[in-house]
Write a protein that binds this ligand. Structure first.
Ligand SMILES: *Cc1c(COP(=O)(O)O)cnc(C)c1O
Length: 342
């Protein structure tokens, strides 16, 4: 059975505008002095300001609808894009949504707590719960389960979107599917592509793409840029995710350990905390290309991508997968590089 037939056999509900375009960043390529840089615009997937979670949620909500639930629950960081897009998908599909926001970033100020994604969560009508710990995945999951049990006792039919490792990686399937979309677009580019860079957090996007490319026999280099944990932990996580995808699709895992490339050169000082490299990437993309990055994921991922492109030859092309997150800019307004007032 082909990979696309395997994917089609699983429940899925369309949420993303796809295919998203691939654009050539001419000004930025010229400034960097290396080979051409392209961007895959998955920040433009349409659902409530877009991002990579639209493709991932297609499979979670596919399962939720099949189970005929009436309420979805999800947990994430205060400025989580996943939570915001889950709230949007629930609204669109006529389901209630409960979200739990975890304190992962420490005292990040009033904008962080109230603006950006949090503002959108509230506009979208989600019920918000908070969890005081950011690095306690098991505790946050247990608390979400308690909320689900209470809803169940009150006669609701809850469905938890399970993001922690150990659950079938339904979200990654959105990017196994997207791999075929990217391959067919790259075949139409004059330059072709030698390297792909993408933010690597839960690993669903990174592992899903890698799994998809290899199952299509495309040996493209894919580098995941750490945004949530260091390189060693992320390497292990991506390897596990690929195994889990293989199990879920009931097929052999085509990804070898040599295929898994991860860098954490732009990760410090930690999740959701800006650094100079990310600020430079945000600044360059905005001022040279009118392209907005986000402070938590794509700023850091693009920073690593820029450092790679600076070292490439003229005929070596790179594709950056823009995973979205731009509402987060409003949560970090006071830390961003702004132009002077005239
Ligand atoms: C969630 C997210 C990521 C990380 O994607 P994973 O699939 O969790 O690795 C990257 N960029 C943005 C903007 C995100 O919201």
């Amino acid at each position: 059975m082909s990979i696309s037939a395997k994917l089609d056999a699983l429940p899925r509900t369309p949420l993303a505008h796809a295919p998203t375009p691939i654009e050539r960043l001419n000004n930025l390529s010229a400034v960097l002095g290396g080979g051409p840089l392209y961007v895959k615009r998955d920040d433009c997937t349409g659902l409530a300001m877009g991002g990579n979670k639209a493709r991932q949620l297609e499979y979670y909500f596919g399962e939720a609808l099949e189970k005929k639930v009436d309420t979805v629950l999800i947990t994430g960081a205060v400025q989580s894009n996943f939570v915001r897009m889950a709230a949007a998908a629930a609204a669109k599909l006529g389901l209630d949504c409960h979200i739990q926001l975890e304190e992962r970033v420490g005292d990040a100020g009033a904008d962080y707590r109230q603006s950006g994604n949090v503002l959108l969560d509230r506009i979208l009508g989600a019920t918000i719960h908070t969890y005081p710990e950011g690095e306690d995945e098991a505790g946050a999951d247990a608390n979400l389960k308690t909320i689900a049990d209470e809803l169940d006792s009150a006669g609701k039919r809850p469905y938890i979107i399970p993001l922690a490792p150990g659950h079938p990686p339904l979200g990654a399937l959105g990017y196994v599917r997207a791999a075929a979309e990217i391959l067919s677009q790259v075949e139409d580019l004059d330059d072709g592509i030698d390297d792909i860079f993408v933010a690597s957090g839960s690993g669903s996007t990174h592992a899903g793409l890698l799994f998809g490319f290899r199952s299509l026999d495309w040996p493209i280099r894919v580098t995941g840029v750490c945004v949530r944990r260091n390189r060693d932990l992320q390497l292990e996580r991506i390897a596990n995710r690929c195994q889990e995808i293989a199990r879920l699709l009931d097929m052999d895992n085509p990804v070898t350990s040599d295929d898994i490339r991860v860098t954490d050169e732009t990760y410090s000082p930690g999740y959701g905390k800006l650094n100079d490299q990310a600020l430079e990437a945000i600044d360059l993309c905005a001022r040279r290309e009118g392209l907005l990055l986000d402070p938590v994921y794509t700023g850091k991922a693009m920073a690593a991508c820029l450092s790679h492109v600076r070292g490439t030859g003229k005929n070596q092309s790179t594709l950056f997968v823009h995973t979205g997150g731009t509402p987060g800019l409003f949560g970090y307004a006071k830390q961003l590089p702004l132009s002077e007032q005239a």
